[in-house]
Write a protein that binds this ligand. Structure first.
Ligand code: NAD
Ligand code: ZN
Length: 353
């Protein structure tokens, strides 16, 4: 679990006060990873005080994090800084937060991040790391994973060392997100709840968080009398609770198949989940109906025919990636999932998308 968290509109202003006691010495900087969408946003950047050797790295969220990118950032930091950093602070969506988590652990674990894709492979705690979400839904701010695409697979560094040491939840930072992106990332949270609540791994701990997040999503995406501020506040907490819910259970069919889309076609997580979930009536009937209702209310249309012109080899690779995610299928279907989830079935579903 994340050990420390503050929540509140404007709480971003507490950053300096929060990190000051964690500074190791004047040579050990705090390094800020900031989504480059904020590069010219003086209201946010002017609130960051760089002291001593502290610096900012602006990160593009156009592509999802890769193991090679993590390794390159680690090398760059080691070359540039005279001492191990006092901390890494990730300000952005799932992309930037995951990079911050991955780099902070890889600064203290030898080799390439690719060697640690999987469960509980990291050997040592990372440097102090702080997460500040600026878009809500992924739950990356609370989860024990950081999802990376490597040369062979898209899989997280899942470990007790991965979660942030500190999170600052300031819903004001989620101002100004483009509507489609807000919807896609928000739906990631809705889908986390659906997959957790309907999965075999469900338990009272996960269920209590999952139900809370699910209800908040319905208020945000289907409610009529809800102000913009309340929407921002509630979606930020939904993201947190949704993340807590899957941390102690698992995701399911939409995530397994969306990982395939992302690995082969580079389709991003939020929109990928939406594209898949739209066709999952067989698994999550009532919630797919609700999802379609939300799309209609917010006038969202999804790309169609994305797998139409892909090669047989690409389709096979997509299916391989999806089928490799055993825990997700075990959660969604049960131990006998290989009898129900055949290559033919996945092929048919992918070709519908
Ligand atoms: P993202 O971080 O990729 O950002 C999406 C877009 O929104 C980008 O263009 C970004 O610049 C923009 N953006 C972010 N904040 C903004 C703001 N306040 N105003 C304007 N634009 C803003 O999107 P995401 O959906 O949050 O993250 C997706 C990533 O999260 C994927 O890489 C996925 O694998 C990962 N993920 C991780 C976990 C986890 O538990 N670690 C869970 C789910 C997803
Ligand atoms: Zn997700």
């Amino acid at each position: 679990m994340v050990s420390k968290v503050v929540f509140g509109r404007g709480s971003f202003n507490q950053m300096n006060e929060i990190i000051a006691p964690k500074r190791q010495n004047e040579r050990a900087p705090f390094i800020y990873f900031i989504d480059d969408v904020f590069e010219n946003n003086t209201t946010l950047i002017s609130r960051i005080s760089l002291l001593y050797e502290d610096y900012i790295i602006f990160i593009s969220a156009n592509e999802e994090p890769k193991t090679s990118q993590v390794d390159a950032l680690v090398d760059e930091i080691i070359l540039k800084t005279k001492a191990l950093p006092s901390g890494i602070i990730g300000i952005g969506g799932g992309t930037v937060m995951d990079l911050a988590k991955a780099v902070s652990v890889m600064l203290k674990n030898n080799g390439s991040s690719e060697e640690y894709q999987g469960w509980d492979l990291l050997k040592t705690a990372g440097v102090y790391h702080v997460g500040v979400p600026t878009i809500s839904g992924t739950g990356a701010e609370v989860s024990r994973t950081t999802v990376l695409s490597g040369s062979k697979q898209k899989l997280g560094l899942n470990s007790d060392f991965t979660p942030f040491n500190q999170v600052i939840l300031d819903p004001e930072l989620t101002f100004g997100i483009e509507k489609n992106q807000w919807f896609y990332t928000g739906m990631d949270c809705f889908i986390h709840c659906v997959e957790s609540l309907n999965g075999k791994f469900i338990n009272t701990f996960s269920k209590s968080y999952g139900e809370m997040a699910y209800d908040l999503c319905l208020e945000v995406f289907l409610g009529d009398k809800i102000s913009t501020e309340e929407k921002q506040n509630k979606l930020m907490m939904a993201s947190w609770h949704g993340g807590m819910s899957i941390a102690y259970s698992q995701v399911g069919v939409a995530h397994a198949m969306s990982y395939g889309l992302s690995f082969v076609l580079g389709i991003k997580h939020g929109i990928g989940n939406c594209i898949v979930f739209n066709h999952l009536e067989e698994f999550y009937a009532d919630d797919v109906l609700l999802f379609k209702k939300m799309m209609k209310k917010h006038q969202i249309s999804l790309p169609k025919g994305i797998c139409k012109s892909i090669s047989k080899q690409q389709l096979n690779m997509m299916i391989d990636v999806a089928l490799s995610l055993t825990p997700l299928w075990e959660n969604a279907i049960g131990k006998d999932w290989p009898f129900q989830i055949t290559r033919k079935k996945l092929e048919k579903l992918y070709l519908k998308m």
